[in-house]
Design a protein. Sequence first.
Length: 202
Amino acid sequence: MPLIKSNNNKLIFDEIFKVDFNIKNFNPNMPNKRLEVNDFIYRPTNFKYSDDFYPIPCFYNAEKDMLSYALNINPYDTLNAPFHFIYLREHVKELGNISFNHRYDLPSTYNDPYFIFSTGRCGSTLLSKILQCFDTISISEPDFYNQLIHQYMPVRTELSLLKFQQIYSMMTADLLAPFANKKIFLKLQCLFQRLGTTLALG
C-alpha cells in the first residue's frame, strides 16, 4: 500500500483501515477501559480527505511498532465530550497507522501543555469543562497516555524508557497540532501519575 500523507501536517501513513468497534471485546463492567488495537475490526478502505483532516493519536500498537490515529474526526468535536477516548471509540471510522521509524523522522515540537491529574471522583472532569469556558483548550483523558504506561511497565513488555519518551512526545505533538497558539490543559487519569518522575526526565 502506498504511503498516504495528511493535508494539514506532515504525517505519512503506512496503512489505513476502515474500522468498526469490536463489541465482543467490550466489557460493560469496564466502560472506561483504555483503547487497544483489538478493540476494532479492520477492513480495507479508500480514504477521502477533508479540509479539517488532523489525525488524532489513539494508541501505540506494540506488536507492529506502529502509532495509530483516528482520521475521520474533527479534533474540535472531541472537546465537547466528557472523555476524549470514549468519543474516539464511539466515532472513529478510519484508522491510520504510521511506523515508529517513519514518525520518528518527523518533527515533534509543541508548546508545553498544563496537566491536570485525577485521583478519581475528585471533580477533575468538571474542572476540565469549566476551563473550556475560557479561551483555552481542555482535553479530558486522551487515552494513549495510559495505554503507553501499560506498554512500558516491565512486566508487560520490553519497551525501553527512551522509546517510551519518544512515543509520548510524538503523540503529544500530534494531539496538540490542531490547537496551535492556544493554552492547552490535558486531564489525565490517576494511573499516569505512576510515571510522573520518569516523564520529567524527558
